[in-house]
Design a protein. Structure first.
Length: 399
């Protein structure tokens, strides 16, 4: 260290100290590069660029394929409307007795096919047979009374006019006798001493007797005069008994009906379902004991209201069934219900009260099955189906 770099006391100068404390900024010596890494870096960059271009082409191709597939799908389904809110429907006839009694015969089992007129159940008929016999006896008695009234009416048409004529004849006789008695009375009283008192008394008595007979004859004529009224009375009696005969006949007919109701028959062909009666049970009128499902089955599809624009009766329908995927059913639209399902619910919506939230409504559409059913595998009611309606050649509503 030179003397200029030291201060007077022999210590290093301040500039020298600062230089010694400053960090060494001399760059380190570079090591020689690896030639293989220098050639690999451009190759990786080129591979990355090719990979990026490939991804962009794949994405573009996927977009094009999706657009083409969507276009094809729209083109193929533009005339189709389908829903999974659909089920099989049909007629289920409830069977209930009209008379009460113990079941003495049960001729059907669960899910058995029956024909119209087949006997299903028999109820003990003895009480109804007795009622029928009583009604028949009452009818016979009423008919006998009616026959007597008919005879009385025929007799009245003869006897009452004859009685009037007889009374009038008796009146004429009484008048003649009264005239003769009055003449004898006046003659005896005009003779004075030329006749006896006995003759005078006899003429007086004869005159009084004749007058009494005349009054009696006049009363008999008055009594026999209402001939038509007496005939009408007999006719009314006949008509009353005729009404009783009709009433008795109606009671007999009702008794025969009740007796017939003890035999319950199948109203039409179908399968017995929901049988809840056994032999020995006490059947009550109106209580359902079983149901019969008819062979006719259709589809009730609840389409959204937005799907009904082009839907019309007669359009072709393809039907798939979840329970029987092998069935290939074909049908047609039969009718569209004139009212949504909510309109006929037990508690219809009251949209005029409170806040309103618009909800898409569903409308039942009846679809009749034309072909594809398997006679050996009848469709149960209420199973899920998916109909697809072909809307071809149908103009939108209002056009």
């Amino acid at each position: 260290m030179s003397s200029a770099e030291r201060d007077a006391d022999g210590e290093p100068s301040a500039a020298r100290q600062r230089a010694e404390r400053a960090p060494d900024r001399t760059p380190p010596a570079r090591e020689p590069k690896d030639r293989s890494q220098e050639h690999k870096k451009p190759q990786d960059e080129e591979a990355a660029r090719r990979r990026s271009r490939r991804i962009r082409w794949i994405f573009a191709a996927a977009v094009v394929v999706a657009v083409i597939a969507g276009t094809v799908y729209w083109f193929l389904t533009r005339n189709l409307e389908s829903t999974d809110d659909a089920f099989t429907d049909g007629r289920a006839i409830a069977i209930a007795p009209k008379v009460s009694g113990y079941v003495i015969e049960l001729n059907v089992n669960d899910n058995q096919f029956v024909h119209q007129g087949d006997v299903l159940v028999r109820i003990d008929p003895r009480d109804y047979q007795n009622a029928r016999d009583q009604a028949a006896g009452a009818l016979a008695a009423a008919e006998g009374q009616l026959a007597g009234a008919e005879a009385a009416l025929a007799k009245a048409r003869v006897t009452f006019p004859a009685a009037l004529a007889a009374a009038q004849g008796q009146l004429q006789i009484a008048e003649g006798q009264q005239y003769k008695a009055q003449t004898d009375y006046r003659r005896q009283h005009s003779l004075g001493a030329a006749t006896s008192q006995e003759n005078v008394d006899a003429s007086t008595a004869a005159s009084q007797e004749a007058q009494g007979q005349l009054s009696q004859a006049q009363a008999q004529v008055e009594q026999a005069t209402p001939v038509q009224e007496n005939i009408d009375e007999a006719k009314a009696q006949r008509d009353q008994l005729a009404g009783q005969v009709k009433q008795a006949a109606a009671q007999l007919a009702q008794a025969e009906l009740n007796l017939g109701y003890t035999v319950i028959r199948a109203p039409q062909d179908g399968w017995v379902t929901r049988r809840n009666v056994e032999k020995g049970d006490y059947a009550q009128p109106g209580a359902t004991i079983m149901a019969i499902v008819s062979p006719e089955v259709w589809v009730t599809a609840n389409f959204k209201e937005t799907q009904l624009d082009r839907m019309r009766p007669g359009q072709r329908v393809d039907i798939s069934i979840d329970a029987f995927p092998s069935l290939n059913l074909r049908g047609h639209v039969d009718s569209v219900q004139l009212g949504s399902g909510s309109r006929f619910s037990a508690f219809p919506a009251e949209n005029a009260t409170g806040n309103f939230v618009k909800i898409v409504q569903r409308v039942p559409v009846k679809i009749v099955i034309d072909s594809g059913l398997d006679p050996k595998a009848p469709l149960p009611l209420g199973i899920s189906v998916e109909p697809t309606v072909h809307l071809d050649d149908t103009a939108p509503a209002g056009k």
